[in-house]
Design a protein around this ligand. Structure first.
Ligand code: PLP
Length: 388
């Protein structure tokens, strides 16, 4: 059976051109970038070329980027780095209640260390309210961290507007842009962010490499101590093949983004419209328009997301119930609960995330299979019987 992959928000396959660009750095160009000799210089040069490509993708200067082991490390580095470097000024952080675990858990860690964190609520579409941001600011606030777009329900937050508020209040502003970089236009100056997290494996690059954008003049406490790599901001011998792959993926994304946004938005809306029409008692989670071009998150009453997922998988369709991180736990998604969904509704949710190799035929197949799956599950559902 031909499998259909609709979980691009969890990870993407590596583009063949990215693999091709990486290969020499596993073999003949294996040097340590810190070495003085020609092997070292070759590796160093390739890292700096990649840095320019990734910086170009987000309108930054290359020296403002630090390569990390992924999006999670970038989030940890940004939040702990600013919190610790500014402890003498204050101990208050503002974030949202729909962040990725990499941000939420980092904030909770800091709370256990005596920091104070405000978790902003969101409206029914998942949007943070600008007045709430303003009201949450105190003279002890050192950082605001709000994600650019949700990996789970796809909503795109008003980052540029929050950026203006942060700038006026002279507070550092971080955004987790792992789901947007390479997918929709991202410009650090237009967004007004001081720090921005990225991850290569969400844009057809390799796993285990990401980057943190750090606006010039922003002081962070280093997260990994050791050698002098990355201008003393992140020790450890660089992941040269990974970084080269990230650079290539960034370059490809820049060329292909415009067309991809149009193509995916069309497929996304076909799928949303089709599912809402063909399955009753179904709703779209997240904002209908301020939404990632590749994200569909729906809740169906009287069925478990897990059951739908397993049945889809039997038909060769690979989707998700939310974030990959929570799909192995039985807790309802904190993101869907923050939208105001009940536990039952949150448990009955399904996320499809589309990508470069998604076709119209695949969307039609989902529209054919899922209504049957839901009908079958509902026929056996105790949830539905008790409702009647
Ligand atoms: C995937 C993801 C991360 C984590 O990135 P890794 O590179 O897997 O550590 C962080 N934030 C968001 C929004 C993500 O989608």
């Amino acid at each position: 059976m031909k499998r259909i992959y609709l979980d691009y928000a969890a990870t993407t396959p590596i583009h063949s051109e990215v693999v091709k660009a990486m290969l020499p750095y596993f073999t003949e160009a294996f040097g340590n970038p810190s070495s003085i000799h020609s092997y070292g210089q070759e590796a160093k040069g390739s890292i700096e070329e990649a840095r320019v490509k990734v910086a170009d993708l987000i309108g930054a200067r290359s020296e403002e980027l630090v390569f990390t082991s992924g999006g999670t490390e970038a989030d940890n580095f940004a939040i702990k780095g600013i919190a610790f470097a500014n402890e003498s000024k204050g101990n208050h952080i503002i974030t949202s209640s729909v962040e990725h675990h990499a941000v939420i858990e980092t904030c909770q860690f800091l709370e256990r260390r005596g920091f104070r964190v405000t978790y902003l609520p969101v409206d029914e579409y998942g949007l943070v309210d600008l007045d709430d941001v303003k009201k949450a600011i105190t003279d002890k606030t050192t950082l605001i961290s709000v994600m650019h777009a949700s990996n789970e329900m796809g909503t795109i937050e008003p980052i540029a507007e929050i950026g203006r508020i942060a700038k006026e209040a002279e507070i550092y502003f971080h955004t987790d842009a792992v789901q947007t970089v390479g997918h929709i236009p991202v410009d650090v100056n237009k967004l007004g962010v001081d720090l921005l997290s990225m991850s290569a494996h969400k844009l057809y690059g390799p796993k285990g490499v990401g980057a943190l954008y750090i606006r010039k003049g922003t002081k962070l406490t280093p997260f990994i101590h050791g050698g002098e790599q990355e201008r003393r901001r992140r020790a450890s011998t660089e992941n040269v093949p990974g970084i080269v792959g990230f650079g290539k993926a960034a370059e490809l994304a820049q060329h292909e983004m415009g067309e991809e946004v149009k193509r995916l938005t069309y497929l996304r809306d076909q799928l949303i419209k089709g599912l809402l029409e063909r399955i009753d008692h179904t709703r779209l989670n997240g904002h209908p328009l301020k939404r990632l071009p590749n994200n569909i998150n729906i809740s169906a009453d009287f069925v478990e997301g897990e059951s739908m997922l397993l049945n889809l998988d039997l038909e060769g369709i690979c989707a998700s119930t939310g974030s990959a991180c929570s799909s192995s736990s039985l807790e309802a998604s904190h993101v869907l609960l923050a939208l105001g969904l009940s536990h039952e509704q949150a448990h009955g949710s399904l996320r499809f995330s589309l990508g470069k190799w998604t076709t119209e035929e695949e969307i039609e197949r989902v529209l054919d299979v899922l209504p049957r799956v839901v009908a079958k599950l509902r026929a056996m559902s105790p949830l539905l019987k008790s409702h009647r």
